[in-house]
Design a protein around this ligand. Structure first.
Ligand SMILES: Nc1ncnc2c1ncn2[C@@H]1O[C@H](COP(=O)(O)OP(=O)(O)OP(=O)(O)O)[C@@H](O)[C@H]1O
Ligand SMILES: [Mg+2]
Length: 375
């Protein structure tokens, strides 16, 4: 078990393409850290930097207090499962798993013991005599993980290891993988673009966008308190809704004006809005933290038109048009709605997050940044 620390790491590829920019991140002993972001955001680059496959253009990487920045992959003791977890097709499962140990020229007996141990743990010990093409996707994926674990690595690096599996298998394997990680206690970095996977598996999530880390936190923190519009819009299914509004400060209270309508700004934001002299905001609210009412005089509710209804079995996703914008709301199945019906949508006041349209950052974060600058 080691602590992995990236200190202001930048990777610029030949030709000037930015892989990652100024990334600082600490992954604790035995922690399961997910790197989550869209395609091309720099997730695999970060993982390969930690593995030693890429050298950073600048910045340092530490395993505990050891500076590993210039160490080749073989001297870092990491287990890596690649994005497509290709197995060696001409080798049986046993030899696939044994391969990293053969490279280390371990004695035959120790190789056998370790391969059998790890195969049992991953419940593939009955498959050791098969070739990869004789395995299902989920079994192949387990072999790839076994091959990474057999080295008894200090750090386990997984790059979208479940992406080739079908939806049902993914969910069952992800539970197994999480259990295994906790049991072994190996510091693990798990790359995925699937927000549900990251939320379900990780101790903490680092959200990455355009080569930069946007927010790091527990699943609860990043879900409930997104630092930016990007984070709110990336997490959740459907993700957070956003409406742009003008700020109207009437001294006694503050309103947020959306087209012809206005809602009362949540009181906890009043001092922030005044401090930052905010003129416009983006109102963020989650589909599950909003109710739909046939009528309402509540100052937090907005009128809208039912644009579409998507039944999901357990609940409905109701698409509502508000002043030309579409928002999605999760509602119980019992409420009966018809297309084009006028309704009121009422976000839960305490769950609303206000963002700055210019930077996309949450207003309370901007206040913190301002305070830090002032020191
Ligand atoms: N070997 C390389 N040479 C040049 N550019 C690269 C190289 N590898 C990655 N890039 C670029 O660096 C950026 C980050 O790529 P990276 O592979 O880290 O993204 P990712 O988040 O893993 O995406 P995906 O989800 O599609 O796998 C992209 O713009 C990509 O085109
Ligand atoms: Mg990738």
């Amino acid at each position: 078990m080691v602590v992995v620390r990236l200190d202001r790491v930048t990777k610029i590829f030949k030709g000037g393409v930015v892989g990652v920019k100024d990334i600082s991140l600490t992954i604790k002993h035995g922690e399961f850290m997910a790197l989550l972001g869209p395609s091309g955001s720099g997730k695999s680059t970060t993982l390969y930097l930690i593995a030693g496959i890429y050298k950073p253009t600048s910045g340092r990487i530490y395993f505990d207090d050891r500076d590993v920045t210039n160490l080749p992959p073989k001297d870092r003791n990491v287990g890596l499962v690649f994005q497509n977890w290709a197995l060696y097709p001409h080798m049986k499962v046993y030899e696939n798993i044994a391969f990293p140990l053969r490279l280390k020229k371990l004695p035959e007996e120790e190789i056998k013991r370790r391969v059998l141990d790890v195969a049992r743990m991953l419940q593939i010990d009955k498959l050791l005599d098969r070739y990869p093409w004789q395995l299902s996707g989920g079994q192949q994926q387990r072999v790839a993980i076994a091959r990474a674990l057999v080295k008894e690595p200090d750090v386990l690096l997984l790059d979208e290891p479940l992406s080739n599996l079908d939806a049902i298998l993914r969910i069952s394997v992800r539970a197994e993988l999480k259990r295994l990680q906790k049991k072994l206690g190996i510091t693990t970095i798990y790359v995925t673009h699937d927000q549900a996977e990251a939320l379900a598996m990780a101790d903490r999530i680092a959200l990455i966008n355009e080569g930069r880390i946007v927010q790091v936190g527990t699943p609860e923190e990043v879900y409930n308190r997104p630092a930016t519009v990007f984070v709110g819009g990336f997490l959740g299914n459907p993700p957070m809704n956003f409406l742009e509004a003008e700020v109207e400060d009437l001294d006694k209270e503050i309103f947020l004006v959306i087209g012809k309508y206005r809602i009362r700004a949540p009181e906890r934001y009043w001092s922030i809005i005044r401090r930052l002299k905010t003129k416009r905001v983006i109102i963020g609210f989650r589909p599950e933290d909003t109710s739909i009412k046939p009528e309402s005089l509540d100052t937090i509710c907005l009128p809208g038109r039912v644009y579409g209804i998507e039944p999901l079995g357990r609940e409905n996703i109701v698409v509502i048009e508000i002043g030309g914008e579409l928002v999605k709301i999760i509602s119980g199945r019992r409420i009966s709605l018809t297309l084009d019906q006028m309704v009121w949508i009422c976000p839960v006041m305490e769950k609303i997050i206000l963002f700055d349209p210019a930077t996309g950052k949450a207003l309370d974060r901007l206040v913190v940044e301002e305070k830090i600058r002032a020191i």
